[in-house]
Structures are given as structure tokens and as C-alpha cells.
Write a protein that binds this ligand. Structure first.
Ligand code: HEC
Length: 137
């Protein structure tokens, strides 16, 4: 009886120790790290905001912000989803390129380009806290 409880406790303690160790590993960064990462993130968001309001992103003088002020009606939380304009399930970046090509008459951005990352950072920053709803229309 006591031996059984002893084994159960040992297993419990072992599992608890593993979780504790995982937590300790995950938290292995300093306040200085956190501050640096936040600064880097905010810099990219600001770059995205500048692109968003810039008439130079496309070729016809139109800016994203004219139709989507403060990233309104971009619904990043609904991606990936089926977009009828493209006819398949796409990511948010592909929809950014659709608007770049059509209303802005510009060239699409490489999905891993600095400009695309900045635009995606800006859109999702504006919609922070909204629950993910992929596929929703
Ligand atoms: C002339 C107005 C106009 C401009 C300028 C414009 N858009 Fe759009 N945008 C639209 C329309 C119309 C839709 C289509 C809505 C739909 O069918 O989902 C759309 C849809 C989107 C969506 C998807 C919204 C959703 O609900 O899934 C994103 C993201 C987006 N635009 C980003 C951009 C970006 C980035 C730019 C600048 C490069 C831009 N838009 C410029 C009109 C515009």
C-alpha cells in the first residue's frame, strides 16, 4: 500500500520535474533580451505603417490606408482562407499582393521580403487580441 503510493508519488514528482525543467528552459532570456526584441518588433511595425500610408508602394498614387484606414477590413485573423478572387485557400500575404496588384497597380512583393513582413506585422499589430478564426468569412 505505502509502496504503491511511493511509486505513484515518484512518477508524479518525475513528471513535475520534467515540466519544471521545460518551463525553466523556456524562460531562459533576460529583461534585456525582451526589451531588444520588443524594439525590433516595434521598428518593423512602424515600417509597415509607413508603407501602409505611402502612395509609393504601387504605381497609381493610391495607398492601402485609403481603403483600409488603420488596417480596417483586412481581417488577418481569418487567414488562411478561401478567397474567391484567387480561387483557392491563401495566406494573408497573398491577399496583400492581390491588393498591391489590383487597386494599387503595383508589383507583388516576395512573401519573405522585408516590406511584406513589415506590412503583415502592421496589419496583425492593429488587430492584436482578436481571436483567431481561420477560414471565416
Ligand atoms: C481602392 C480600395 C483598396 C485599396 C487601395 C486597397 N484595398 Fe485591400 N481590399 C479592397 C477590397 C475591395 C477588398 C476585397 C474584400 C474581399 O472581397 O474580401 C480588399 C481586401 C483586402 C484584404 C483581405 C480582407 C479580408 O476580409 O479578407 C487585405 C488583407 C487587404 N485588402 C490588404 C490591402 C493592402 C495591403 C493594400 C495596399 C497594398 C490594400 N489592401 C489596398 C480594397 C482596397
Amino acid at each position: 500500500m505505502f509502496a504503491r503510493i511511493g511509486i505513484k508519488f515518484a512518477v508524479f514528482a518525475g513528471v513535475a520535474a520534467i515540466f519544471f525543467a521545460m518551463g525553466a528552459l523556456a524562460d531562459e532570456f533576460t529583461q534585456k533580451d525582451l526589451q531588444r526584441w520588443e524594439e525590433q518588433y516595434q521598428k518593423v511595425v512602424q515600417k509597415g505603417r509607413a508603407l501602409w500610408t505611402s502612395p509609393k508602394l504601387g504605381t497609381n498614387g493610391v495607398a492601402c490606408a485609403q481603403c483600409h484606414p488603420n488596417a480596417a477590413n483586412t481581417h488577418p485573423e481569418t487567414y488562411p482562407k478561401f478567397q474567391k478572387q484567387i480561387g483557392r485557400v491563401i495566406t494573408l500575404g497573398e491577399m496583400v499582393n492581390w491588393c498591391l496588384r489590383n487597386p494599387l497597380e503595383g508589383k507583388p512583393l516576395a512573401l519573405d521580403s522585408g516590406e511584406m513582413v513589415a506590412i503583415l506585422a502592421y496589419i496583425t499589430h492593429e488587430r492584436k487580441g482578436i481571436p483567431l478564426a481561420p477560414g471565416k468569412h
